[in-house]
Design a protein around this ligand. Structure first.
Ligand SMILES: C[S@@+](CC[C@H](N)C(=O)[O-])C[C@H]1O[C@@H](n2cnc3c(N)ncnc32)[C@H](O)[C@@H]1O
Length: 306
């Protein structure tokens, strides 16, 4: 199972990624968001737009940590309708387990009631580029969320109109932005070549994608925006007493399968690919493999020019 197939991201991979992202999330950026949302909630209902929402794990995270209070509208969008179809049972199962009430009034509308918040949930199967373009789109929003998706978009082109959907001092929480480094340990023959070609395959898909994090760091300091907080949110997975939890093992298998899939379809697949993957799988099965991927998180506020 690869994280991403030709058909899109595997929802089981996104579910496994949730716990890894929870651990990786930058606490300074998160805490700045928490404070800002508390202040914003005092001014009335919160309207939130998420792009590339997948299964809705960010909504889940915001609820779990009490960041949503009072009346909230949460528009979770994704270009892949399959993700949003999978989001319904995923969120329903989670809500029932946590004792929240979640009811659906149609294929795309739900109401999630927690002790602290009443959340009108809208699932929108739509590409972020279309949202940026659509004059009919609802809004304005106090918060835009993009988690693990900006490396799939030509963000210099599409982020400005998306940020334009925010209220005058609206926030954007832009997180898990890949920043150019993957590391597998223990070191093994072929690491350099595999890493180079893997990052090149990201670049072939979208120029600059392999350095989305640092490009955003520069981009978000432009006039009209205030960068409130920034920090790293690296994925770091290592065995404990020679094993991994179930999600970590599944996640590592998925990342290895993705690297294998990407490189085997390269113009000239490296000769070291098959032995490298076989050796990494053996290390994974033996509970000896560690993995790091660098990411950056940001919280930015619109500050309209005078
Ligand atoms: C790596 S997944 C992250 C999903 C979710 N944010 C999470 O972290 O679990 C990227 C998501 O972005 C979606 N996506 C890809 N390109 C997109 C686009 N142009 N507009 C909106 N969503 C997109 C994919 O379908 C996928 O669900």
């Amino acid at each position: 199972m690869a994280a991403e197939t030709g058909q899109g991201f595997d929802p089981r991979y996104l579910a496994a990624k949730k716990g890894i992202d929870d651990r990786a999330r930058n606490h300074h950026v998160w805490e700045t968001l928490r404070q800002a949302l508390l202040a914003a909630a005092a001014d009335g209902p919160l309207h939130i737009l998420e792009i590339g929402a997948g299964l809705g794990t960010m909504l889940q995270r915001l609820v779990q940590h009490g960041l949503l209070q009072g009346p909230v509208t949460y528009v979770a969008t994704d270009s892949d309708p399959g993700q949003l179809r999978a989001a319904r049972p995923y969120l329903s199962h989670w809500a029932a387990k946590e004792g929240h009430a979640l009811s659906w009034s149609g294929p795309h509308r739900g109401l999630l009631s927690t002790q602290k918040a009443e959340i009108s949930l809208v699932l929108g199967p739509v590409r972020a580029e279309e949202l940026a373009d659509q004059a009919t789109m609802p809004g304005p929003f106090q918060l835009l969320i993009a988690h693990a998706v900006l490396d799939l978009l030509d963000f210099p082109l599409w982020l400005p109109p998306l940020l334009g959907r925010l209220t005058a001092h609206g926030l954007a929480y832009l997180t898990c932005n890949f920043d150019g480094k993957t590391l597998w340990l223990p070191a093994c023959e072929g690491d350099k070549e595999i890493g180079r070609i893997y990052h090149a395959s990201m670049e072939a898909r979208l120029r600059g994608a392999s350095h989305t994090g640092r490009r955003l760091l520069a981009f978000l300091q432009r006039p009209g925006l205030e960068l409130l907080a920034a920090g790293s949110s690296d994925w770091l997975i290592h065995p404990r007493k020679g094993s991994y939890c179930r999600d970590e093992a599944f996640f590592l298998h998925a990342i290895l399968a993705t690297v294998e899939g990407q490189l085997s379809s390269a113009k000239r697949p490296p000769a070291c690919l098959a032995p490298w993957v076989a050796s990494r799988r053996r290390q994974l099965e033996a509970g000896q493999l560690s993995f790091l991927a660098s990411h950056l998180d940001f919280l930015v506020r619109r500050s309209p020019l005078p």
